[in-house]
Design a protein around this ligand. Structure first.
Ligand SMILES: *Cc1c(COP(=O)(O)O)cnc(C)c1O
Length: 373
């Protein structure tokens, strides 16, 4: 098997999705599976659908196009406001996109009219993350403009939290979002189909004590893929945290560390796992480096510590018996490491835990698969 590679356990992704679908369902919240961290990988997207996700979402049109090319025909939402230069592609591949700019929405409307379609628009509201979004006081005005544009249909509103500022949403921010949904309906008339509350950072709120109001959708990537809640980094109860494993090959071993001091990786990025070489009794060098993944996002194997990395080499100290040259070392990844590794050209993605999924023509979850695993 080729190295480095990412082994993906599709059954665990399916089960993680299903666990969240089951917990959020009684609260009136559906799960949209977010595939951007895995570059839209169609089989992983399908595992989310098989686990009960009602639809898919991605930030990049190129990822959505991969899913369409693989035969996925269900609803896919673009959750980054479209580049105006890609308006035609967005209308062609996505039923719905998240939007913050009227200029972009007009371009989508024009593209939709040219192809005889109606493109769905969800307006992103800025609720404190200070990334993308329309200020709440401007929302009603923009919603009315969208209502008047042929070629687009106002489908809902959404908010996003904890991406730029790292802060989880509060209950009062969430109820403000619900109030905005009511206000927009008061002004514009139609029933807003989608009130999408946020991402994996919303799970503590969504599964907490309080009522979840009008929020009927969450867009979940990290929680499904890695089984963790992003703000705390804690494992979510009952979820698999090892659906992905990064495997790299040992290319050199040194029973004794070099007698001279070595430069450690950038101290400004220092994290707990970095130690001086002298503390490790032996070292191994793996054929993987910064070009492949976020090295600081790897959890080191038991008894091992990260000494440093360069573009193509990873140096690890170990207190355990040295593996042979040619043997493999396995790592778990955090979100950053996963995202970079999935995009790295030299890393093979190996699907495990399942016969290769035959992509269903439908995108609704086929939960009966769960019985097989
Ligand atoms: C990335 C992203 C998500 C998913 O975030 P996770 O933390 O992976 O759940 C949801 N919504 C938007 C707008 C995003 O950009």
């Amino acid at each position: 098997m080729s190295c480095p590679r990412i082994e993906v356990d599709l059954a665990k992704i399916r089960r993680n999705t299903h666990t969240l679908v089951k917990r959020l369902g009684p609260r009136g919240i559906g799960v949209t599976g977010v595939t951007k961290a895995v570059c839209g990988h169609p089989a992983i997207a399908q595992a989310m659908l098989d686990g009960g996700a009602v639809g898919l979402a991605d930030a990049r049109i190129s990822n959505v196009q991969k899913q369409r090319a693989a035969g996925m025909t269900g609803p896919i939402t673009l959750i980054r406001t479209p580049m105006i230069s890609q308006a035609d592609q967005v209308v062609q591949s996505c039923e719905v996109s998240y939007n913050t700019e009227t200029l972009v929405i007009s371009a989508l409307a024009a593209a939709a009219i040219r192809t005889g379609k109606v493109h769905g628009v969800v307006l992103m509201v800025e609720m404190g993350d200070q990334r993308d979004g329309i200020l709440p006081e401007n929302l009603a005005d923009i919603a009315q403009q969208v209502m008047q544009m042929p070629g687009v249909a106002l489908k809902g509103i959404c908010a996003n939290f904890a991406c730029l500022n790292g802060r989880a949403p509060t209950a009062s921010q969430m109820s403000a979002l619900c109030d905005l949904a009511n206000e927009i309906e008061g002004v514009c008339g139609p029933f807003l189909k989608i009130v999408s509350g946020g991402n994996s950072a919303n799970l503590p709120w969504a599964l907490g004590e309080r009522a979840t109001g009008r929020v009927n959708d969450l867009r979940l990537g990290e929680a499904i893929l890695l089984g963790v809640e992003p703000v705390s980094g804690d494992r979510i109860d009952g979820m698999h945290t090892d659906a992905f494993t990064l495997v790299a090959e040992v290319i050199e071993t040194d029973a004794k560390p070099p007698p001279f001091p070595i430069a450690l990786i950038d101290p400004t990025r220092e994290r707990l796992r970095i130690v001086t070489a002298s503390r490790a009794s032996a070292r191994m060098i793996l054929a993987m480096g910064h070009q492949d993944t976020d090295i600081l996002g790897l959890s080191m194997p038991f008894g091992s510590t990260l000494i440093g990395a360069t573009s193509d080499h990873l140096v690890i100290g170990t207190a355990r018996p040295l593996p042979k040259v040619g043997s493999e070392v396995r790592f778990q990844m955090n979100y950053n490491a996963l995202m970079h590794a999935m995009a790295a050209p030299d890393i093979e993605v190996k699907l495990l835990g399942d016969p290769p999924t035959r992509l269903s023509r439908r995108t609704r979850g086929k939960v009966e698969h769960l019985a097989l695993v």
